[in-house]
Design a protein around this ligand. Structure first.
Ligand SMILES: [Zn+2]
Length: 375
């Protein structure tokens, strides 16, 4: 999930996923053509559009404040935060690692709903003052909506289903009392799945009751929550089962290498087309110098393949695509993700010992499962 860059606040990069544009216009439309005209009749369309636009922008700002609060607390706890991505169901803070203690997680997760609750109170107060001072409903209507939507956000996010904020708070509490992160995550993500079933069931009921769009929306959120709960648990399982495992246990030893002087046409014809691999280590006189992947070659126009060499297309070994045989897999995994090619070369004393690809990881996990090492 990359999206486009909106700017940066307090050193956090703010990105917007394309799906978020859809939700922006959906909210704008629901407010200016539905909610406001129904609740406050007697104004012209331009007024409703103005109310809708201000309400949507402030709703967007509220979401951002919620996510920023997570990022601030995470940064204060020493967890590097790259930025925030807003997408269809709100936002996510892009952090490089998870909280290290239950106490940290409790605070990082809990602050978001707290901020939404405070915002609900803040907008509620302006609404209250406005109503008593006799402001037009053009203003008080917007504040009433913002108070309600922030309250709804706080409540929804506090539901005890992982990976919602409430699910994380729930997990941190179990984690604290059992001392077992894996068990806590399993319980909390099961909570997430049950919550997802409930949302989907409510959605189906709503659809039968005639509220097609509202029902569909609930089903979509339920489905999203279900897969998020599953993925988060799988990721944790991967991380915990890789604890204490070293690169040499996972790698494919002594992979076939290609020469840096070869041109890309030759590489495709003699290697990519006839072998089942999607990448090759590049070596000069048995010294590894880089890594070349099929994706990199595909990015270059076919007619240039004859004139380009492996050398000027590959990722050089200096660019973080290498590991040593006894490096912990937790670190290697991070390198694989950071390098963007999901692979590393395993090098010892300047010589190529092996390669680790996503496939090697998947095979290793499969074997662990078959041997009953994981639950
Ligand atoms: Zn949150």
């Amino acid at each position: 999930m990359q999206g486009f860059r909106l700017g940066s606040i307090f050193g956090f990069e703010i990105r917007v996923d394309l799906s978020w544009l859809l939700i922006f216009f959906l909210v704008l439309w629901t407010l200016s053509a539905g909610l406001f005209p129904t609740n406050y009749p007697g104004f012209n369309n331009a007024t409703y559009f103005g109310m809708g636009l201000v309400a949507t922008l402030l709703f967007f700002a509220s979401l951002l404040a919620h996510e920023l609060s997570h990022s601030f607390v995470a940064r204060a706890k020493g967890i590097p935060v790259e930025g925030i991505t807003l997408f269809i169901f709100g936002g996510v803070s892009r952090t490089r690692m998870d909280a290290e203690t239950p106490g940290d997680e409790f605070q990082i997760a809990g602050v978001g709903p707290l901020i939404s609750l405070l915002l609900a109170g803040f907008f509620g107060l302006i609404w209250y003052v406005g109503v008593n001072a006799g402001w037009s409903v053009v203003f008080t209507g917007v504040f009433a909506y913002l108070a309600v939507i922030n309250l709804a956000l706080a409540i929804f996010n506090m539901l005890p289903g992982f990976p919602l904020d409430g699910g994380r708070v729930f997990r941190s509490i179990i984690w604290k009392y059992t001392g077992n992160l894996k068990k806590a995550t399993k319980i909390a993500s099961n909570g997430g799945k049950w919550l997802a079933y409930l949302l989907i069931a409510f959605g189906v009921l709503e659809m039968f009751g005639g509220a097609i769009l509202g029902g569909l929306w609930l089903i979509l959120i339920g489905w999203f929550l279900y897969s998020a709960a599953e993925v988060s648990y799988e990721q944790l399982l991967l991380r915990t089962s890789l604890e204490g495992v070293r690169a040499q246990e996972i790698m494919t030893p002594y992979p076939e290498t290609v020469s840096p002087d070869m041109n890309l046409q030759e590489l495709v014809d003699t290697y990519f087309l006839s072998r089942r691999y999607h990448s090759f280590p590049v070596a000069q006189d048995s010294h590894p110098v880089g890594l070349i992947t099929l994706t990199q070659v595909k990015d270059i126009p076919r007619e240039e393949w004859k004139y380009r060499t492996v050398q000027d297309t590959m990722i050089p070994t200096e660019n973080g695509v290498t590991a040593s045989p006894d490096e912990p897999m937790s670190k290697v995994l991070q390198k694989m993700q950071d390098s963007g090619v999901l692979r590393v070369l395993v090098i010892q004393n300047g010589l190529l010992r092996g390669i680790i690809t996503a496939n090697d990881l998947a095979n290793w996990l499969q074997r662990q499962r078959e041997l009953g090492q994981m639950t």
